[in-house]
Design a protein around this ligand. Structure first.
Ligand SMILES: Cc1cc2nc3c(=O)[nH]c(=O)nc-3n(C[C@H](O)[C@H](O)[C@H](O)COP(=O)(O)OP(=O)(O)OC[C@H]3O[C@@H](n4cnc5c(N)ncnc54)[C@H](O)[C@@H]3O)c2cc1C
Length: 522
């Protein structure tokens, strides 16, 4: 996965005609690339920034059917997501796990309601169920959630869902796509769509954002998988400013594990704004979130608002004791949901999370909405629509049981490098070849120097943020620690990429600016 080599190939073989050019390297685009490549199509994926830089690295990290969507009546969506949840846990066991969730119960009516509701949730998962939901006693609830508010507690409901590492999965998906014949490129922004004399799309122009160099390439189909940026590509296609997407912001805060010192997650089914709030153990910390705030402008680095942070802390205060306060926040991050545009005044939390495939007159196939959990099915649907447009015979999908790069069973979660799956041994081997490769640069996440070199050589990392935010997750887990080790990362990267001290200085500065967004000032 070396960008320079891929870009050189473009210069050498600019006569290539792709079957698919996929715009966007988040969950949806990467899922589509795997789907197209494994069907034997010549596939190119272009991502304007880093893989999963946008929404796909800012999720709640749940592979789930969506208990909340069931309560809203989206039965088909939940059934589909439960199936995909089961498949993903089978196909990427090194990045996903079966997690126990507990809903604390304070009224007998809620106990009845959630017991019945979750039984239905179990039923929808069928043979891919992760385990039965059961009502549990007050003492069992306290055993599983020692910090839960005990006053008025009647018991709990225990159920199962999946959990994952979103950006690590995105990277391993990019590698899976490559292993199946696709070409994928980060920092490659599509700036123009090309059409033939009949007005049908037949190519794209993209820019290597590192050098500003432009490349033109031909294709039979173009997939717009750009999430909240979908309307920008629509505008390139048909020139209008129509809004098909209403972004809705979701914020999470990261806190110490002491606020929920077990392996179970807390699920608060009804917050004051009618959403759910999760406290989920992840990489030895707790993620608390999320919010649902409509925003007017899409952005690659959305900013959490004071109101959202306060809302999360206030809601947690109602259920946790001790409850986290502002000074306990280790990091805060925001992501934008690519929701289908709503009518003025409609509530975003009520917009369906199911995905939609839309085609334009010129043949642009756009996929909007959806969830991380259902990326595989979304890829299947969008490739099938493109096959219709290309007027080629429909090929069978091969992805239901396709193992994701790094696939390894029987994971030891105490191993700080577990999330590399089968790549772990290769990194340890590499650590012997480089000076001080085994040196731990952050005790917080047990990060060793060799991981930086690995990320550059094998995971297309080209800057500090790629490494600290998505190859490892330190920026999301502990903002201050990420800023502290940024100069070390810059130094190792510079050596590997052949960059000088000025580059290092600029890189550290630009990382600090981004990291500022993850910092809550008291
Ligand atoms: C707060 C929050 C929590 C969530 N939690 C969960 C969860 O726990 N479980 C779950 O299943 N789902 C969850 N979701 C939903 C899930 O994260 C999203 O549905 C999914 O990540 C969207 O992926 P995407 O690829 O469609 O969009 P994105 O991740 O936004 O990817 C689109 C990509 O297109 C690129 N792009 C844009 N324009 C161009 C261009 N011109 N050229 C090249 N590339 C371009 C962007 O840079 C971007 O990387 C959550 C969403 C949010 C906001």
């Amino acid at each position: 996965m070396l960008r320079a080599e891929i870009l050189k190939n473009f210069e050498d073989q600019n006569q290539t005609t792709w079957d698919f050019v996929i715009i966007g390297g988040g969950a949806t685009g990467l899922g589509t690339a795997i789907e197209a490549a494994t069907r034997g199509y010549k596939t190119l994926l272009l991502e304007q920034s880093d893989f999963a830089k946008s929404t796909s690295s800012k999720s709640t990290k749940l592979v789930h059917g969506g208990v909340r969507y069931l309560a809203q009546g989206y039965v088909d969506l939940v059934r589909e997501a439960c199936k995909e949840r089961g498949l993903l846990l089978q196909n990427a066991p090194h990045l996903t796990k079966n997690l126990s969730f507990v809903i604390p119960i304070y009224t007998w009516w809620d106990k009845l309601l959630y017991t019945v509701g979750l039984k239905f949730y179990d039923l929808l998962a069928g043979k891919l169920s992760l385990g039965k939901s059961v009502p549990i006693s007050k003492s069992e609830t306290i055993k599983r959630l020692p910090t839960i508010k005990k006053k008025g507690l009647k018991g709990g409901i225990l159920y199962h869902d999946g959990q994952f590492d979103d950006s690590r999965l995105a990277l391993n998906m990019a590698q899976t796509a490559i292993e199946n014949g696709a070409t994928v490129l980060n920092y490659a922004k599509v700036i123009k769509l090309k059409k033939d004399a009949n007005g049908k799309l037949n190519g794209v122009i993209f820019q290597d954002t590192e050098t500003s160099k432009e490349f033109e390439t031909k294709t039979k189909a173009i997939v717009n998988a750009t999430g909240v940026f979908a309307d920008d590509i629509n505008k390139m296609d048909h020139g209008t400013d129509d809004k098909t997407i209403s972004p809705s912001q979701g914020v999470h805060i990261m806190i110490d594990k002491k606020f929920c010192p077990t392996d179970s997650a807390i699920m608060i089914p009804k917050t004051s704004d009618g959403r759910v709030l999760f406290a989920v153990p992840w990489h030895n910390k707790i993620i608390l979130g999320t919010t649902d705030t409509p925003v007017k402008q899409e952005s690659l680095e959305p900013k959490p608002t004071e109101q959202e942070i306060n809302f999360i802390l206030e809601t947690a205060r109602g259920y946790m004791n001790p409850a986290p306060t502002r000074k306990d926040i280790l990091s805060v991050f925001a992501g934008l949901r690519p929701l289908a545009a709503t009518k003025e005044g409609a509530k975003t939390k009520e917009v369906s999370r199911s995905h939609k495939v839309i085609t334009s007159e010129s043949g642009l196939v756009s996929i909007i909405g959806g969830k991380w959990t259902t990326y595989r099915k979304m890829g299947e649907d969008v490739v099938e629509k493109a096959e219709e447009i290309m007027k080629v015979p429909h090929k069978k999908s091969n992805t239901e049981h396709l193992k994701i790069h790094g696939y390894r069973k029987d994971i030891d979660y105490k191993d700080p490098m577990y999330y590399y799956g089968t790549d772990k041994e290769k990194i340890l081997e590499l650590s012997k070849e480089i000076e001080n490769g085994n040196e731990i640069i952050s005790k917080e996440q047990n990060i060793i120097k060799a991981q930086i070199v690995w990320a550059v050589k094998n995971e297309m990392a080209i800057n500090i943020e790629d490494f600290l935010s998505r190859r490892t997750r330190l920026l999301l887990l502990d903002q201050k620690e990420a800023v502290r080790i940024a100069p070390i990362v810059a130094e190792v990267m510079a050596k590997e990429l052949g960059k000088d001290e000025v580059w290092q200085k600029n890189e550290i500065e630009s990382f600090k600016n981004i990291a500022e967004i993850y910092h809550t000032h008291i």
